[in-house]
Design a protein around this ligand. Structure first.
Ligand SMILES: [Zn+2]
Length: 448
């Protein structure tokens, strides 16, 4: 089953509407690096916030953390990343392009057919030097995952929060992987943002918790509007498990290039805490007061990418529709993810309308991300808001000057209701929380 939208349309919409731009564009861009524009930064923040709310704020068994990107090099020796975080690399002897050996079909270079070198293992960590002297001792790495910052703080968090197991520690932040073949827009980039939860449990309960988190995470995407038929679960075969994993499931999404990983949920066992205890010389275990026993917890890890999630939400929300004989492109984004919640649109740029329209904008903007737009025709402005997924447009017309009422237009149904400006914020608040958009004016029924 092919996806309904190709990537070019998404890339073009993102550029046109200020969601995502190529990085360093005036210099010709930099491979696989992207910048989030005025709309993109809001969308990305909303994705992060939705994750944090579901994982940290709405639970009492998970706390947050924000650790540094550069860490002691010993961390990466212990975690196995220096030895094992590698991909097999081959190079074309004619055109010198480099390929992941496992991604090359047949014998020759996929570009020119030239002869390829024998595969060598290529480490995916970015290396740099700390301080003014470049020497072996000053080598540090940009973290390839946020998880290790959590493991090395396990004891700090348990001691200071006095929480019992099962206990989760969550982190959102940048990670870096020197991928041999990045691509597919923001799907695979060398700099990206991770949303990771390390959920520490008693050994023996790990399989149960793995099932639990697989379901939780799957449902999170569905709750935020991704269609179930575009998601699937896939268990890793024994031969594809990462060096630290006992078991792992991928939540795959049907991207335009086919089914690809959206999120991985791994059972890391006690691998990381044991390794860090061994390399640091500090004991990393948990004393269970109730059971009166000490053990090294197992860890269940749901690990997602912010950028990859943004891409899936964009693709799933995208639609080219024909409405009343007119074509429109619309993002049916979940209202909690939409970059702008409400657009305030005076019917035209008119000196009589502007003061009231500004008054409405000023009333709404402390409560919702609100856009004010009075340029071009009202039809073009509606289309612009549809293309960035704004759930509600509020129109101020000449009648508004007399009756102090405005029209709210809903993005998906295009239904309109007329409501008093007084109380507009309460109505929008209820609608943004998911109250049905009823074409009969809500305020009239409420007052009874
Ligand atoms: Zn070649």
């Amino acid at each position: 089953m092919p996806a309904k939208v190709d990537m070019d349309k998404i890339v073009s919409l993102c550029k046109r509407r200020g969601l995502i731009f190529p990085s360093s564009e005036i210099y010709g861009g930099l491979a696989s690096c992207w910048d989030y524009g005025p709309m993109g930064v809001e969308l990305k923040r909303n994705v992060r916030d939705a994750w944090w709310k579901a994982i940290v704020h709405e639970r009492d068994d998970v706390v947050g953390l924000d650790t540094s990107i550069m860490m002691h090099p010993g961390v990466w020796a212990a975690s196995g990343h220096i030895d094992s975080f590698t991909d097999p690399l081959v190079e074309c002897k004619s055109c010198h392009l480099r390929w992941r050996a496992d991604a090359v079909e047949g014998k020759g270079c996929p570009k020119c057919g030239g002869e390829l070198t024998e595969p060598r293992m290529f480490n995916l960590m970015f290396k740099t030097s700390m301080g003014p002297v470049e020497e072996e001792a000053s080598t540090v790495y940009l973290r390839p995952e946020t998880a290790q910052g959590i493991f090395v703080n396990f004891e700090n968090v348990v001691t200071t929060t006095r929480k019992k197991l099962p206990l989760g520690i969550a982190q959102i932040g940048k990670s870096f992987r020197n991928e041999i073949t990045p691509g597919n827009f923001i799907f695979r980039t060398r700099e990206f943002e991770h949303m990771e939860l390390e959920y520490f449990v008693k050994p023996g309960t790990d399989e149960k918790w793995l099932d639990y988190w697989v379901k939780e995470r799957f449902d999170w995407y569905v709750k935020l509007g991704i269609r179930k038929e575009n998601l699937r679960l896939r268990q890793h075969g024994k031969d594809e498990l990462a060096h630290y994993a006992r078991d792992c499931y991928d939540i795959d999404y049907l991207f335009p290039m086919g089914w690809s990983e959206l999120e991985g949920i791994a059972n890391r066992g006690d691998f990381d805490l044991i390794q860090h205890a061994k390399h640091s010389g500090k004991e990393l275990s948990y004393y269970d007061n109730e059971a009166g026993e000490k053990y090294v917890p197992y860890v269940i890890e749901p690990s997602a990418g912010v950028d990859r999630s943004v891409l899936a939400f964009l693709i799933d929300a995208y639609d080219d529709e024909e409405v009343e004989g007119e074509k429109r492109t619309v993002l049916h984004l979940h209202r909690s993810l939409a970059p702008v919640k409400v657009a305030v649109l005076p019917l035209s740029r008119n000196e009589k309308l502007t003061p009231l329209a500004k008054e409405v904008f000023n009333k709404l903007c402390p409560n919702f991300v609100t856009d004010y737009d009075d340029s071009q025709s009202i039809g073009r402005r509606y289309r612009r808001q549809d293309e960035i997924g704004t759930p509600f447009c509020v129109t101020i017309d000449f009648e508004s000057l007399e009756d102090k009422q405005v029209t709210i237009r809903e993005r998906d149904s295009l239904a309109q209701i007329r409501v008093p400006i007084e109380g507009l914020d309460k109505i929008l608040e209820a609608k943004l929380k998911g109250e049905a958009f009823d074409a009969s004016p809500l305020w009239a029924t409420r007052e009874k």
